[in-house]
Design a protein around this ligand. Structure first.
Ligand code: ADP
Ligand code: CDP
Length: 225
């Protein structure tokens, strides 16, 4: 018998195709979609806007419970607000990008955001695709399907600098590798592949091929293979 809901966890470093793949897979299969990176970016944006010292983990921890972060999970138009303000644009600035790893390494921040993610996932009626860094390992260890996307630093930097107009590929590559290193080496739930995740190297695949691969894996799971 087909299961009523399916939970898919997609993790991996920056620029491997998590967001584009997750959104398309969720839309195609009628599932909800959650971008957990957007939530960490949102709390970082709030810290910056409120003048919290990003270098001071105890200052971040002390106010981690304050901002109210709300994620809209429709894959055709995901939204993110902080205390009612739409922050979809401001969370993508270079300033927030350069600070998000420090904020997201603070255990109190992770505990708060993880709880929020679990409650969103358990409330998704048809199931959900959740993408991030620690979904398969920590947030949803019982997910029905876990995918870990990888790609060469060159492919990832080329994709990212294609998005940021006028940006230098070499500089983008350095910034991306620096963020991966910080995310992979933090103590609390670092970026890591879960033992039972399927690893897909997207370096030489088109986005369409990656989407088809994940859709097939979900359908196989649903069919009980
Ligand atoms: N397999 C692929 N081949 C080429 N470009 C891709 C592929 N997957 C994603 N992209 C592009 O790379 C960029 C980064 O993808 P994104 O989904 O945001 O990655 P992530 O969420 O892992 O950081 C986007 O512009 C996206 O369209
Ligand atoms: N589950 C997650 C998702 C993101 N993050 C943090 O949030 C940052 C931004 O995530 P993102 O998915 O928006 O990053 P991109 O890969 O899209 O650039 C990451 O570099 C991590 O520091 C995390 O710690 N745990």
């Amino acid at each position: 018998m087909e299961r009523a809901t399916v939970i898919v966890a997609i993790d991996g470093p920056s620029g491997t195709g998590k967001s584009s793949t997750s959104k398309a897979v969720a839309a195609q299969l009628g599932l909800s979609y959650l971008d957990t990176g957007a939530q960490y970016r949102a709390i970082t944006w709030w810290m910056v806007t409120n003048g919290i010292d990003i270098e001071d983990p105890s200052a971040i921890a002390a106010v981690a419970g304050k901002p109210e972060i709300v994620s809209g999970t429709d894959p055709s138009g995901p939204t993110i607000t902080v205390d009612g303000t739409d922050v979809a644009g401001p969370i993508r600035t270079q300033d927030v990008t350069s600070k998000v790893s420090a904020v997201s390494a603070v255990p109190e921040v992770r505990a708060r955001i993880t709880e929020l993610q679990r409650s969103i996932a358990s409330g998704a009626e048809n199931g959900i695709v959740v993408e991030g860094r620690d979904i398969g390992t920590t947030v949803l260890p019982d997910a029905d399907l876990k995918i870990f996307l990888t790609a060469s630093p060159e492919a990832r930097a080329a994709r990212r600098s294609g998005e940021l107009k006028g940006s230098d590929v070499q500089q983008t590559r350095e910034a991306l590798l620096k963020r991966d290193a910080a995310d992979s080496s933090r103590k609390t739930s670092p970026l890591a592949k879960a033992d039972d995740a399927v690893e897909v190297d997207t370096s030489d695949l088109t986005l369409q091929q990656v989407i088809e691969c994940v859709v097939t894996l979900v359908e196989e799971k649903r069919a009980g293979k």
